[in-house]
Design a protein around this ligand. Sequence first.
Ligand code: HEM
Length: 328
Amino acid sequence: MVQDVLREPAKAVTFLVLDVRPGSEDTARDLLADVAGLTRAVGFRVPDDRLSCVVGIGASLWHRLYRLPVPRGLHPFRGLSGARHTAPATHGDLLFHVRARSLDLCFELVRQVMRRLAGHVNVRDEVQGFKYFDERDLLGFVDGTENPSGPDAVAAVTIGGEDPAYAGGSYVIVQKYLHDLDAWQALPVAEQERVIGRHKLSDIEIPDADKAPNSHVAVTTIVDPDGTERQIVRENMAFGSPAAAEFGTYFIGYAGTPDVIERMLHRMFVGEPPGNHDRILDFSTAVTGSLFFVPTAEFLEDPSPITSHPAASADGSLGIGSLRRSRT
Ligand code: HEM
């Protein structure tokens, strides 16, 4: 069973990125096994508010937690440097993507998680996000429209037969962006629409013939040579502090393989052809970037059914390559 990756858009979110301190692996693994139960306990008090939590595991934590082969697509986030813009890579062992219709539920679940992990983790980032009026981001555009839905969404986010031991899992990339909202708001709306590739009020896409090649929509639309469009599932959230003049978008994208998101990022930051960078970056600075593997809910609760072949551990080695999945 996949974790709760595919949901209707949430109203409130907490993104929590943690590093696990050396020696705290058992505590972290135990907490991961209990996250679904904690989410049920907190969420059941207000079922209509649809609390959910997805947990991702970063590359450098994997071997510290599990004596198992690395999921095929799991590696540290690869930063990017284009001629004008940079996507930094920042460390993260664990991601908690906590969603609900109201922030109190997100807050309470994160509180319960942190109670369990106190003294065992360093907090890299905690961001409380929200949807700005009708599904908009702080640039004022409706965000999420072209997400796939139904079976297309399942196919987009789910690891399949290419990595059988981890089939049903997913990958997630997060990046925190800060906007230069003064510069953005100084642009006429027609120019903002050229940057995004959609109309602002109606959210209707600008036809391909009129769309700027460096618009966000043009740059992030990826089509394979055989004409298949490669999709991801996003759920960006607005965050910020008007008092501190901080205005941001927290990007989160799920995919069955990180390659698709990485290709989008390459097109955004470096450009294809090089130099055709995404104009959204002229008003948005990426300040974090991390990649995580999202195991199935069953794996988190009980990773032991994925066991090493008895012969493999006879010499004390990890037996990577001869590990197999066996459900008992
Ligand atoms: C500053 C951060 C970002 C903002 C404010 C933003 C905003 C938007 C908006 C307003 C749309 C149009 C409506 C929609 O279909 O959702 C969009 C589309 C899209 N964005 Fe972003 N986005 C950001 C970052 C990213 C990143 C980092 C990626 C991928 C690595 C990405 C991938 C996409 C994709 C795939 C689409 C749909 C393109 C299509 O098929 O029409 N976005 N984004």
